[in-house]
Design a binder for this molecule. Structure first.
Ligand code: ZN
Length: 464
């Protein structure tokens, strides 16, 4: 009997796996709105999750099997002095459903498995550590562990009578017509805010037809340079608030309650900065992909290598996460050129590789080729990327001047983004239409006095 049951369960599991493989997986974040009573419930939920997690680790230590059907749990109390023995107190589990408890147990098992594989590979591994705070609870099944009520915009959780108002549900409603399937979700606690990260599966869209392409070169001072010499800058300077919070943390005593509070505030400040960065990235990408329907060509940059040279300033730009976002796009939208393609060094006219130092913003080759450094490497990436493109995409063209100006206008409407066009050093090629805009800034031409000291340049040239 039991065997039979197991096989049917395995069957359905395989079926869902196969069904979801053909679908597009996306995680959508919703925010929970709550009243005072509800915040009490939520905080207790995460507290109980912590208790159970830590108790399970205790069980691991004592070589007992993991447990997920807690009615009561032993909680370790902080001893008044270090010399006194550890005291445990029995507490009742009121809020956490068995499904949620099971998810905590499974999470530990997954972590152990990961540690084991690392250990087998010869990596030095530690052990799982007790948690001071649990920040994530996995809700395993929609319509069971949790239910999203689309009519009332509300979320219900297992073993809880009330319902939470949800913010951002329109993101899910938009996907309804694409055969939406809602899988598991994570309940997240961040500061005093609670979020629900819902994992969704939707049908893959019909392949989009692009007519134009754009190639992007990433840099440190100007974050993005397009092949059409449009430069896009955005940078989240460390905010005053974050600096203050940093100072406060360093002044408090280790292990004190004030330090805990200060660190909480610091996390909030970081979160705000990150949200701003993400917001810019999402807006720029949606402009490229959705509004302008462009095919994007980028190079897979080695951001870790950049960190050694530029330090933290590269972190503020968030280029790494932008590349990650682009890589996750289906390959009918984005083409990624290999990391080792010498986009900065290569001369497109004669094909030699010249090393140019970072301070030199103009590319000069012995054959007489002169061009803007970033714009040139963007164009090199474009020619390399267009070499082997899937046939069904057809012929791609670069953007024309009118569209570029339109794109720049839209980019400048995004907060914290500055987009402008530079002259191509006024030497190599001249604008086809000769259109000039008021935002046309040319910094490189004035500085360039063309001292053609070519090959004899230092070796710290880098693909930025
Ligand atoms: Zn050359």
């Amino acid at each position: 009997m039991q065997e039979n049951e197991l096989t049917t369960r395995q069957k359905t599991r395989l079926e869902t796996k196969a069904r979801r493989k053909a679908k597009l997986c996306r995680v959508i974040q919703l925010q929970l709105m709550y009243s005072k009573n509800q915040s009490h419930y939520l905080n207790n939920l995460f507290l109980e999750a912590k208790w159970i997690y830590n108790d399970n680790l205790n069980r691991l230590k004592n070589k007992q099997p993991l447990e997920y059907k807690y009615k009561t749990v032993n909680v370790r109390l902080r001893p008044p002095t270090k010399t006194e023995p550890i005291i445990y107190e029995e507490r009742e589990i009121k809020y956490l459903s068995s499904h949620m408890q099971q998810a905590i147990k499974e999470k530990i098992e997954i972590s152990l498995k990961g540690l084991k594989t690392h250990k087998n590979k010869g990596v030095k591994v530690g052990s799982l550590k007790y948690k001071k705070e649990q920040r994530c609870i996995r809700l395993k099944e929609h319509n069971n562990t949790y239910t999203i009520d689309f009519n009332k915009n509300k979320l219900r959780l297992q073993c809880y009578k009330g319902a939470f108002k949800l913010r951002g549900l329109n993101q899910l409603k938009e996907l309804m017509d694409q055969d939406l399937e809602i899988a598991s979700a994570d309940l997240i606690k961040e500061g005093d805010k609670f979020y629900l990260n819902v994992c969704t599966y939707t049908n893959k869209k019909q392949k989009e037809v692009h007519k134009e392409y754009v190639s992007i070169d990433f840099g440190c001072s100007t974050q993005l340079t397009l092949d059409s010499d449009v430069k896009i800058e955005y940078k989240a300077e460390p905010s005053e608030r974050r600096k203050k919070c940093c100072k406060k943390v360093s002044r408090t005593k280790k292990g004190s309650k004030n330090r805990w509070k200060a660190r909480k505030n610091l996390r909030k400040a970081y979160k705000k900065e990150n949200n701003q960065k993400k917001d810019v990235q999402n807006k720029v990408l949606s402009l490229f992909l959705k509004k302008f329907n462009l095919f994007i060509i980028i190079q897979n940059e080695n951001i870790k290598g950049w960190m050694n040279q530029h330090g933290k300033s590269i972190q503020q730009t968030g280029i790494g996460s932008l590349i990650k976002l682009l890589k996750n796009e289906p390959n009918t939208n984005v083409k990624v050129v290999d990391r080792f393609f010498p986009s900065t060094k290569l001369c497109p006219k004669c094909g030699t590789k010249n090393k140019i130092p970072l301070s030199q913003r103009i590319y000069i080759c012995e054959c007489g080729f002169v061009d803007d450094r970033d714009g040139k490497s963007a164009r090199c990436i474009a020619t390399e990327g267009l070499k082997n493109i899937p046939l069904e995409l057809g012929k791609l063209e670069s953007m024309n001047e009118v569209r570029i100006i339109l794109l720049m206008e839209k980019l400048n409407q995004i907060p914290r983004v500055k987009a402008y066009k530079t002259n191509r050093c006024g030497l190599h090629r001249i604008n086809a239409c000769g259109v000039e805009t008021s935002t046309l800034v040319d910094t490189c031409v004035e500085e360039a006095s063309f001292d053609v000291e070519t090959g004899s340049l230092s070796s710290d040239a880098m693909g930025s």
